[in-house]
Design a protein. Structure first.
Length: 161
């Protein structure tokens, strides 16, 4: 499924097929190398979550993941390759993910950012997310940050549904 983003030349498409899944995996692995996925791990994600790719004038520029609501909270993650940041692509991916989360019944939204990804953290904080947890996975050294959309942003999620 292709969605109109309102930005000329930008399209967001739900991942279908191996080629698109490999593109999604490429962006994911560039943005979060400590959590780099194998093709099989990406296929598992595709079965459980809604994955999408962003293309600007036909060039792959980003991807997103929307995890279905659990206890009312969906997880929306937008990833944009560094050369394409600060052009509205992350916002388009994020808003697309929010729409999907609302359709799935989310009452609030969470996200997860690799602490070393200062652009991603700044993006989340600018959209009203607040930090809920910082942690390092067992056996690893990279720090992760969980964030939750804070009121009034969370309230606007419910009213726009």
């Amino acid at each position: 499924m292709t969605r109109d983003t309102g930005r000329t030349g930008l399209r967001i498409e739900t991942v279908t097929g191996e080629d698109m899944l490999e593109e999604w995996r490429h962006v994911h692995n560039v943005i979060v190398p400590p959590a780099a996925m194998t093709p099989d791990e990406a296929r598992d994600r595709q079965e459980r979550y809604r994955l999408a790719n962003a293309y600007l004038d036909g060039v792959l520029v980003g991807c997103s993941t929307v995890r279905p609501p659990r206890d009312g909270a969906a997880t929306v993650i937008a990833r944009v390759l560094p050369p394409y940041r600060r052009q509205g692509i992350g916002t388009a991916l994020y808003e697309d993910g929010l729409r999907h989360a609302r359709v799935r019944g989310a009452r609030t939204v969470e996200t997860c950012v690799l602490a070393a990804n200062t652009d991603g953290l700044r993006f989340a904080l600018a959209r009203g997310f607040t930090e809920t947890d910082r942690y390092t996975l067992d056996g690893e050294s990279d720090q992760w940050i969980d964030l939750r959309l804070a009121p009034p942003h969370a309230q606007s999620l419910a009213t726009r549904a």
